[in-house]
Design a protein around this ligand. Structure first.
Ligand code: SF4
Ligand code: SF4
Length: 301
């Protein structure tokens, strides 16, 4: 599997305390994406400025002469083949390879070390990018955890083939399923794809999955409208265990800076508590049950 990173002690990726495996590659490109480094399935080198002492060893050794360091930070040419020479050379671990290939066995052996933290409710979560782009390996990994008696969660955008869903359903104790935008054109505008496959897969999963939590990122100017919440409520209704409205946060600003990318939401404000409560009420009035909101909110004056 091509992985991005492993996050330990996670409380936001399913029930209880969990270890979450994030992988590289996503077929969507959400305008607000909080993991921009995960979209491209290819490996890449990431520079962590706070650790860099400016020694330039990486620049001198790069066989492609593809690195420059200036006051804006490290620039790496887009053609970088991720050979890893610079990563090995850096004395302060300021360069990290993202998108390393790991076998299912290696990942199982690494993740299972956290078993004592998981307790009754927790376990492992496979997340993205989009985990179901690597569904064969994901199913194999989930099966190993089920055999070991570990609780398993799959966090998906739902933009995947039916074959991919079928491969993981038998080994997933819970699905965390994103429903972002009800209007298909809006969905295409903000994520690059319409929502037909996602809604069809959701209906299918309702008939097959053991448990489902739906998640909707509440993004200012995109998903935070009354109409959108009413629309999603008409699909969700009382058919899932939980529907979580996840308030926008700007914690990923640094990631965009590190990647020298412009983030359209850099200046967007956090949602207010009142508005999040209002959206929950709108969802409930439209017939949805088990609706909650989570995340950061703007400090009220
Ligand atoms: S990964 Fe290789 S080619 Fe890319 S910047 Fe580092 S040394 Fe250069
Ligand atoms: S080798 Fe590491 S510390 Fe030195 S300039 Fe490169 S990234 Fe910075």
């Amino acid at each position: 599997m091509r992985i991005l990173n492993i996050q330990r002690m996670s409380t936001e990726d399913g029930p209880g305390l969990r270890t979450t495996l994030f992988v590289k590659g996503c077929p969507l490109a959400c305008a607000w994406c909080h993991n921009p480094e995960s979209i491209d399935p290819k490996s890449h080198v990431e520079w962590i400025g706070i650790r860099c002492i400016g020694c330039q060893s990486c620049i001198d050794i790069c066989p492609k002469h593809g690195m420059t360091l200036d006051e804006e930070g490290m620039h790496i040419i887009p053609e970088c083949p991720a050979c890893g020479t610079c990563v090995k050379e850096c004395p302060t671990e300021a360069l990290e390879m993202k998108g390393l290939e790991r076998s299912v066995d290696e990942l199982f052996n690494e993740l299972i070390k956290d078993r004592s933290f998981w307790g009754e409710e927790g376990g492992i979560t496979l997340s993205g990018g989009e985990i179901l782009m690597q569904y064969r390996e994901a199913a194999e990994l989930l099966a190993k955890f089920k055999e070991a008696g570990v609780h398993t969660a799959v966090d998906t955008s739902g933009f995947c083939s039916r074959e991919a869903l079928d491969a993981v359903i038998p080994y997933a104790d819970i699905f965390l399923y994103d429903l972002k935008l009800f209007d298909s054109e809006e969905h295409k505008k903000f994520t690059g794809q319409n929502n037909k496959i996602i809604i069809d897969n959701f209906e299918y999963l309702l008939t097959k999955a053991k448990r489902i939590w739906v998640r909707t990122p509440i993004i200012p100017g995109a998903t935070d409208t009354d109409e959108n919440i009413r629309g999603i409520a008409s699909i969700v209704r009382d058919r899932v265990e939980k529907w979580e409205l996840c308030a926008f946060n700007n914690l990923c600003k640094d990631k965009y800076e590190r990647l020298h990318l412009v983030w359209d939401y850099e200046k967007s404000s956090l949602m207010t508590k009142d508005r999040m409560n209002e959206l929950v009420d709108i969802a409930k009035a439209a017939g949805a049950e088990n609706v909650v909101w989570s995340g950061m909110s703007k400090r009220e004056e």
